[in-house]
Design a protein around this ligand. Structure first.
Ligand code: PMT
Length: 401
């Protein structure tokens, strides 16, 4: 999570039962390398203590006592001016109203008014309070001013009722924090499409031909592109992974569906990390093949080559300024990758050896060699798929410059 590393995040905690979840958020941000300074409102302190936050951030947690303390004249200014992002989670209806109207009557709201960084709020309140015209008007005021709003989600509320008012879960909020911090990154204003996962080619209504791709490398690429500020579309086959916050997700199963999804898109960059099938059953049985009928003979045909199809667009109608492929090889890695680089019309290809136990399918790490169309190569050592994704997005940003 290098996007969070070294970032200064102010975390405002207001008076909601969801304040307990803010501890987890503070912990996750801290573990990801951010410097997290917590400011509790008086009502926030009724739900959770400064000591709890100090214990997870390793830093003093501020309260209204600090507003009236010795450093009063500078505290809110210095906090607000040095932060990369002010996150208010949970943010009550009352704090939303104060922010909307510029009311500065506690350390958090004074800091918010003095801050120059973006503000991200995670509303948490009862459903009726959130729906109230006053809250909705305040919400619109804040949105129109550029305030970022994450949630609230629908579900069980502290009142015992069900409705829209739950604060988003900490992991999802971390995703919103990343998207907010990445906004002005090296891919800001660029659109990136990433494909992920193994395609499924139906044999009958029950069975498919697929492969071992987990989607991890593709999802890491989508996250890295969001961290760099890109608008990301993730075209994915079914996986157990949670898509990164901010990605537009298109669900597909077969090569044909993946190709169809891509034919409707144009972008600055396409990253084909998906393990797409080369062969598929020529005919899909309408009904489940029965064991009693004996072992079926399944005739295969070539599946459409997605990269060849989309990079073969006529000049002038080229829909991807940079096209990146992956080569999954169990032998002659660089020779095969180099051949694919040329035949598929790519700007560069990431060659990974799928016979290694610490690289390729399903594992958390990858060992990649990047082959560029100008003949240069970059050998990346064993690294996490997240780090590999960051390296690949750096090259895309460079090529798009
Ligand atoms: O998902 P993980 O478990 O994290 O694993 C990651 C990965 C090993 C799947 C990934 O790093 C990877 O190598 N993806 C590409 C797998 C693959 O299909 O490789 P290939 O050498 O068969 O294909 C070369 C390129 O052509 C790929 O970019 C592929 O997406 C593309 N292709 C393949 C078939 C096809 N019909 N159309 C295509 O466009």
């Amino acid at each position: 999570m290098s996007i969070l590393s070294g970032k200064h995040i102010l975390l405002g905690v207001t008076g909601s039962i969801a304040a307990y979840k803010a501890t987890d958020l503070a912990s996750k941000l801290t573990q990801a390398g951010a410097q997290v300074d917590v400011i509790l409102t008086g009502a926030g302190e009724k739900f959770i203590t400064p000591l709890t936050f100090q214990s997870v951030t390793g830093r003093k947690a501020f309260t209204d006592k600090d507003l009236w303390g010795d450093e009063a004249h500078v505290m809110h200014i210095s906090l607000g001016k040095t932060a990369d992002l002010l996150v208010i989670a949970p943010c009550t209806a009352s704090t939303m109203a104060k922010l909307a109207h510029g009311i500065a009557d506690n350390l958090l709201t004074v800091t918010a008014l003095a801050s120059t960084c973006p503000i991200l709020i995670a509303p948490a309140m009862d459903g009726g309070m959130f729906d109230h015209p006053a809250t909705q008007k305040n919400l619109n005021t804040l949105l129109s001013r550029g305030c970022l709003v994450a949630g609230p989600a629908a579900g069980h509320l502290a009142s015992g009722m069900t409705g829209v008012g739950r604060m988003l879960e900490p992991m999802e909020l971390v995703g919103h924090v990343r998207a907010a911090l990445g906004k002005h990154g090296t891919l800001a204003g660029k659109k990136v499409i990433v494909t992920a996962g193994g395609t499924q080619e139906a044999i009958d209504p029950v069975r498919v031909i697929t492969n071992h791709s987990s989607g991890k490398q593709g999802y890491a690429l989508a996250q890295a592109a969001i961290d760099a500020g890109a608008e990301v579309t993730l075209i994915t086959t079914p996986t157990s992974l949670t898509p990164p916050v901010g990605a537009k997700v298109v669900n597909v199963k077969s090569v044909q569906e993946m190709l169809d999804a891509l034919m409707n898109e144009s972008a600055d960059a396409l990253i084909m990390a998906a393990a797409a099938a080369d062969f598929r059953p020529k005919n899909i049985a309408q009904n489940k093949l029965k064991k009693r009928d004996g072992i079926p003979q399944i005739e295969l045909e070539a599946a459409p080559d997605i990269l060849k199809t989309v990079s073969g667009s006529p000049v002038g109608a080229k829909r991807f300024k940079v096209t990146v492929g992956f080569a999954a090889e169990s032998q002659s890695l660089l020779e095969n990758a180099s051949e694919k680089l040329k035949s598929k019309g790519l700007d560069f290809i990431a060659a990974n050896d799928i016979s290694a136990t610490d690289a390729g399918f399903a594992v958390e790490t990858n060992r990649i060699t990047l082959l560029f169309k100008d003949g240069t190569q970059e050998i990346l050592p064993l690294m996490s798929k997240t780090e590999a994704a960051e390296k690949i997005t750096e090259h895309i940003a460079r090529l798009l410059e």
